[in-house]
Design a binder for this molecule. Structure first.
Ligand SMILES: NC(=O)C1=CN([C@@H]2O[C@H](COP(=O)(O)OP(=O)(O)OC[C@H]3O[C@@H](n4cnc5c(N)ncnc54)[C@H](O)[C@@H]3O)[C@@H](O)[C@H]2O)C=CC1
Ligand SMILES: CC(=O)C(=O)O
Length: 365
């Protein structure tokens, strides 16, 4: 199979979808890997490392999209990439379809086969291709939150840890999954006073067992969220209903409960965001004020720490790329139930129920 790895073109995206070791493994298995020149530079991976591993370096994304049977990417295809995607071409990447009707319509029209990292579920019901980036974003959310709580960054001038005689910050984490648990652990390490809210009681019991003593867990409902907003200096939005648009847990009118200069980090923005006032931002221009509350809504947080994130992502994606390349898409889907859960769009049909329901499209199981 011909596998193509284009350079990511999303703003401030420094990840690449394949490591040189991946190229070596795939070429040893008889496949050809095309990589766009410079694709790895943001992650500190030079072209010659890919060449030495057996890749063919190509000058433009056009050549990759024209030749490859399987495109392996990091972020969702952007509008300028849509016309390059061909009927029957397999595209394996983060899509987050529920956050974008235009992207969903474009991929339906392309006739391509869209495998989304973020919905692939393993036999234990986990999301193994989302997890590493959620670990990165969860940990990063606290370092970004700490920075934007500083007064020169428009925050309320709060040190997460406090000092002897002055209380630490209160950090509220909405959603206690991978992002939430990683955020809570880092915030707790900073000595902040942390609360995690979730609707899954088993998850709350687990978090209660494993988290340090400065982390409390609460059931997530409207009243508890409102009480937390009154206390919080920093709120992390980390809820997920796989495939679906993120539930809106905080309305604009709820922001009046918050202290001016407090900070919201909406990690769930890639699925549309869990605050009514969230809108996507970039690493170059990450924050804005709404109702005196600072919002940080970067859709590709791990992109800023490209080297860490590229290794973490490629470690988990390579076996799936290798499987699709070895078997072809039909056989791979037939033998791998997890791969079926990654299939969101197939040659003009929506094959993920949550995506179909989000936009009112017919669902083709
Ligand atoms: N902005 C970015 O760069 C990145 C964003 N993400 C996003 O972060 C989000 C969270 O991802 P994960 O932690 O991996 O998901 P996860 O599935 O591990 O955790 C989500 C948690 O939300 C909980 N939840 C659902 N509805 C809730 C509600 N109404 N109230 C409270 N909790 C609720 C679930 O029970 C679950 O524990 C996803 O949208 C993911 O795509 C992940 C990585 C990078
Ligand atoms: C999960 C995701 O969309 C990202 O890592 O950018």
């Amino acid at each position: 199979m011909i596998i193509g790895v284009p350079r990511e073109i999303k703003r401030d995206e420094y990840r690449v979808a394949m490591l040189p070791v991946g190229v070596e493994e795939l070429t040893a298995a008889g496949h050809q890997v095309l990589i766009e020149a410079g694709a790895g530079l943001g992650s500190g991976l030079a072209d010659h490392e890919y060449l030495e591993a057996g890749a063919k370096l190509v000058a433009s994304a056009d050549e990759i999209f024209a030749a490859a049977d399987l495109i392996v990417k990091v972020k969702e295809p952007l509008a300028e990439e849509w016309p390059k995607i061909r009927p029957g071409q397999i595209v394996f990447t983060y899509f987050h379809f529920a956050a974008s009707r235009p992207l969903t319509e474009a991929m339906l029209a392309s006739g391509s086969i869209c495998l989304a990292y973020e919905t692939l579920r393993d036999a234990q019901n986990r999301l193994p291709l989302l997890t590493p980036m959620s670990e990165v974003a969860g940990r990063m959310s606290i370092q970004e939150g700490a920075k934007y709580l500083e007064r020169p960054q428009m925050g309320r001038g709060i040190l997460l840890a406090g000092v002897p005689g002055v209380a630490p910050a209160h950090v509220t984490v909405l959603g206690g999954g991978i992002v939430g648990a990683n955020a809570a652990r880092i915030a707790a390490g900073f000595q902040a006073d942390v609360t995690i809210l979730d609707v899954n009681m088993d998850r709350l019991r687990y978090l209660d067992d494993v988290m340090p003593p400065n982390v409390n867990v609460l059931f997530s409902d409207r009243h508890t969220i409102r009480s937390e907003l009154k206390l919080a200096d920093l709120v992390i939005g980390a809820v997920l209903i796989p495939g679906a648009r993120a539930p809106r847990l905080v309305a604009r009118k709820d922001l009046r409960f918050m202290k001016p200069g407090s900070v919201l980090i909406d990690v769930a923005i890639d699925q549309g965001g869990c605050f009514e006032t969230s809108r996507p931002t970039t690493h170059s221009d990450p924050v804005y004020l709404e109702e005196d509350v600072l919002h940080y809504c970067v859709t590709n947080m791990p992109g800023a720490v490209g080297r860490t994130s590229t290794f973490a992502l490629c470690n988990v994606t390579l076996p799936w790329v290798a499987m699709v390349a070895a078997s072809g898409i039909e056989k791979a889907l037939a033998k791998s139930p997890p791969l079926v859960t990654a299939l969101n769009i197939c040659e003009g049909r929506v094959t993920n129920q949550a995506v179909a329901e989000t936009f009112g499209f017919a669902y083709s199981p």
